[in-house]
Write a protein that binds this ligand. Structure first.
Ligand SMILES: Nc1ncnc2c1ncn2[C@@H]1O[C@H](COP(=O)(O)OP(=O)(O)OP(=O)(O)O)[C@@H](O)[C@H]1O
Ligand SMILES: [Mg+2]
Length: 617
């Protein structure tokens, strides 16, 4: 992401309302939050008491009392030190715990919401970006809520405790010392914000340099063949120069900031010495009190620096907070209506165990799906489907063909209720599917896509993902039906073969066969194949085709295919053009029609013949 974007994050004022909402995640962990806050409070008091012990010790010497009496402040000092260590132990334990819990809670809530949200949400957000941003955002927020909160409580109370002790002992001298706080606050805020910004820019440049280094080496062949070495080097140098600039800026800020705040601390001590010295000479205060004030004057820098740092981090993390809270405030639009929820609850209470009735009280078996005067648009502007009518009965296979962008995938997305009709209805057994349980409906789908997504694991695990309680025998049976068994048995570990990230160790065709078996094992009533055969070789296509006829038996199937050979035996073939049915019928009927389908088929057939002849020659 570009630099101006980072700067943008810092430009906004601290949004307290946002942080109040985010802090709800911490409030759920009172068992840790209470000891954390208490230890931070006590810590600030204990630290403020150290100079007090010094004052008592000096006063004993000053008053010429027996040296043996110094043991009292010594003992106080020692007890304070022990208490301090225990408090540090407590707060590290509590802050670590809270940070972990908050991170887990935020991630869990986001994950749950992402699972609930419908496809339309993902259309607007690239998945990769969403994952990387959310993980980083959640970690950042949990760190601030735990460690930042600790620093903030400690810092504020340390300043208050020191001020209270000083004001109680000598308010005039206290006011002189406290006069250094406002400039300390202004300067710390100014520098901390900029130093954090510079540090982030360094990290960004560093990441870019590493990426470019990787790319440069991985793509060295391309660079060489295109004679681009000089350009690659100059790009690399440009990035290094940017990084150098940011590093120098960060170093300069640090180099100015530290001496500046130390000078202010020294001025505070100087003022205390000047004003307090007079008071000592006039006998208003003891030497011990003066030493204590000087020590306090030099201590304000630490908590104020810490507070400024946390505030800067909070300011910089606001965009992350808005993203996370924004996601959590986004509710799925496609969900069970109250009426459906009530019906599901009533049916669950009736404890009827009829396998022919679904959880929502309607029949489980889908005998018919009907698109009734259905229109649909993705963005409420241009209709993708216009007044679409179609009736499909159980056991039928519907093939959808036609030019790219015609609306084929949209039709099956609507059947799957990933989207809902804008106008008209989709009826399952004459009941609008919005009156049915969404979970039940989506549980009846078996979907195989062009680029099936497999998970890192064994083939067996991937097929079982379709139905978690499937036995090994059932898995093998499913693999046999879709003709995957043969290739699986040729692998070293058979069904236990690990297939790598996203199934990377399998070919596209093999992945399709596995995902076909995975879809089948769930015993879905509706089967959907969207371009599932378009990027595979003829051999695998034949395997899939053979599998298809067995799999589709007794179900409602939608097959989208560019390769018309795949769909010849479909009960109805629909040529979809610009969201409307242009032609409809069986393969033979459509060929006899000599229409669009005929054109497509003949062209493809010719191409296929030419290819085969070329291969043969
Ligand atoms: N998620 C989406 N958001 C907005 N518009 C979309 C979305 N998906 C598809 N469209 C648009 O809807 C129209 C129909 O798309 P669809 O994916 O249904 O076509 P298709 O027939 O499946 O095409 P292809 O053969 O290329 O897969 C196209 O104009 C497309 O740009
Ligand atoms: Mg499509």
């Amino acid at each position: 992401m570009s630099q101006p974007y980072i700067e943008e994050e810092f430009r906004n004022k601290l949004d307290l309302d946002l942080w109040k909402r985010i802090s709800k995640f911490a409030l759920g962990h009172k068992r840790l939050l209470i000891p954390l806050t208490s230890s931070a409070l006590l810590l600030s008091v204990v630290e403020a008491l150290f100079p007090f012990a010094t004052k008592v010790a000096i006063e004993i010497v000053e008053q010429g009392r027996p040296v043996i009496e110094v043991w009292k402040p010594g003992a106080i000092y020692f007890s304070l030190a022990v208490t301090l260590s225990i408090l540090v132990l407590v707060f590290i334990r509590c802050a670590g715990g809270i940070s972990h819990h908050i991170s887990h809670d935020i991630k869990r809530d986001c994950f749950q919401r992402l699972q609930e949200l419908e496809f339309a949400f993902y259309d607007a957000q690239p998945t990769g970006w969403l994952i990387s941003r959310l993980t980083a955002d959640c970690d950042r927020l949990s760190r601030i809520l735990a460690w930042g909160f600790l620093d903030l409580v400690w810092g504020v109370f340390y300043v208050l405790a020191m001020s209270a002790v000083m004001l109680a002992i000598n308010w005039k001298l206290a006011l002189v010392v406290l006069s250094t706080i406002p400039p300390l606050i202004v300067i710390s805020r100014f520098f901390q914000k900029r130093m954090l910004l510079a540090s982030r820019q360094i990290r960004k440049h560093n990441a870019r340099i590493t990426a470019s280094y990787n790319e440069g080496i991985a793509g060295v062949k391309t660079t060489k063949t295109l004679g681009r070495e000089k350009q690659a080097l100059s790009e690399f140098e440009g990035m290094s120069t940017d990084m150098y600039g940011a590093s120098v800026r960060r170093a300069m800020l640090g180099a100015v900031y530290l001496p500046l705040v130390m000078t202010i601390g020294s001025i505070g001590s100087g003022l205390a010495l000047w004003y307090g010295g007079h008071s000592v000479l006039s006998g208003y205060i003891s030497l011990g009190t003066l030493v204590m004030f000087i020590s306090f004057a030099g201590s304000f820098f630490f908590p104020i620096n810490q507070i400024a740092m946390v505030l800067a981090e909070m300011q910089g993390a606001q965009a992350a907070g808005e993203r996370v809270m924004g996601l959590l405030a986004t509710y799925p639009k496609i969900k069970d209506s109250e009426e459906v929820k009530n019906r599901i609850a009533t049916y669950a209470e009736s404890s009827s165990m009829d396998p022919n009735i679904a959880c929502d009280g309607y029949p489980h078996i889908i005998n018919q799906i009907e698109f009734k005067n259905l229109s649909f648009s993705y963005n409420d502007k241009e209709a993708v489907l216009k007044n679409f009518n179609l009736t499909v009965t159980r056991g039928q296979t519907i093939a959808l063909v036609g030019p790219s962008g015609g609306g084929k995938s949209t039709i099956v997305s609507l059947v799957s209720r990933f989207y809902e009709p804008t106008e008209g209805q989709l009826l399952f057994n004459d009941v609008d599917y919005r009156k049915r349980s969404l979970d039940w409906l989506q549980g009846q789908l078996g979907i195989v896509l062009q680029t099936p997504h497999l998970f890192n694991g064994s083939i067996c695990e991937n097929i079982r993902y379709g139905r978690l309680d499937a036995t090994d025998e059932e898995i093998i049976e499913a693999a046999k039906i879709v003709n995957a068994h043969e290739f699986v048995m040729k692998l070293d570990d058979g069904y236990e073969t690990k297939i790598g990230e996203g199934g990377a160790l399998l070919s596209t065709g093999e992945k399709q066969l596995v995902s076909f078996a995975r879809a089948l094992i769930a015993n879905p009533q509706i089967f959907i194949m969207d371009e599932a055969t378009s990027s595979i070789d003829t051999e695998t296509e034949k395997l899939i085709q053979e599998g298809m006829s067995k799999v589709f038996e007794g179900r409602i199937s939608f097959v989208i295919a560019h390769r018309l050979s795949t769909i010849r035996s479909a009960d109805q073939i629909l040529v979809i053009q610009k969201g409307e049915i242009e032609e409809q019928g069986t393969h033979e009927e459509l060929l006899a029609n000599r229409g669009h389908y005929y054109e497509l088929y003949v062209n493809q057939f010719r191409r296929e013949r030419v290819r085969q002849e070329l291969e043969a020659s």
